[in-house]
Design a protein around this ligand. Sequence first.
Ligand SMILES: [Zn+2]
Length: 261
Amino acid sequence: MRNIFYLLILTFLFLSCDEDIANRTVQSETPVLTQVSVIDALLQGFYDGFYPIGDLKLHGDYGIGTFHGLDGEMVIFNDTVFQVKADGNVYILNDTVKTPFAAVAPLIADTAFTFSGLRYDSLKSDFSDYFPTPNIFYLVKIKGEFSYMHTRSVPAQEKPYPPLVEVTQNQPEFTFENVKGDIIGFYCPAYAEGINVTGLHLHFIDESRGKGGHIIDFTLKSGTMQLGYLLDYRLILPDGGDFYGGDFTIDRTDELDDVEG
Ligand SMILES: [Zn+2]
């Protein structure tokens, strides 16, 4: 009798598990923001790449990040990974090159806006005109002609790696006028502090795929912004290395503000 009772319990557990799996399948159909490492690791100077960019592309066709040794700014556009190096030139890398920090997502646009004239400052100050809430993640894609574009890149580093805030004190900056191209990036909510850059974090690649970088400022002359709402988040962390010995108890908000400066 007791055995039958246990058998019933096991059958019940098995059926419940089955239902969980079914639910999970449904959830995975929503677009997932996949992120490699966390921003507080990059701020500490953990620039060793550990995740191949070929694998990164499997999680989405648009994204941003950096490369092993902090070797330039990454823009993933329509499945191609572009490297905007500190020399200002753009390179396409082998899939085996690894990233220490990146975020990627498939673009499923929930809303789109057409602009004739938009300043980066206005996008931030009029945030609620475009984004229904500051409390979820968004993939941001802006295509158009920019009357002004101000970017930076980061020079490759060698060990022992300095913290990011030291590297960005001597970062090459670039300004372009009347340039066509694409902005790719993410918005992360305030509670993502320490994990990713909160607010808007955008990278640029021009139409000829010859210049770009991490965006400091821009003015859009005319173009379209698409937003993909991201409600599902996956984090991929390093299996050892500097990360295991890192100090994640320190509030690095000021350092990040300097870096994003
Ligand atoms: Zn960036």
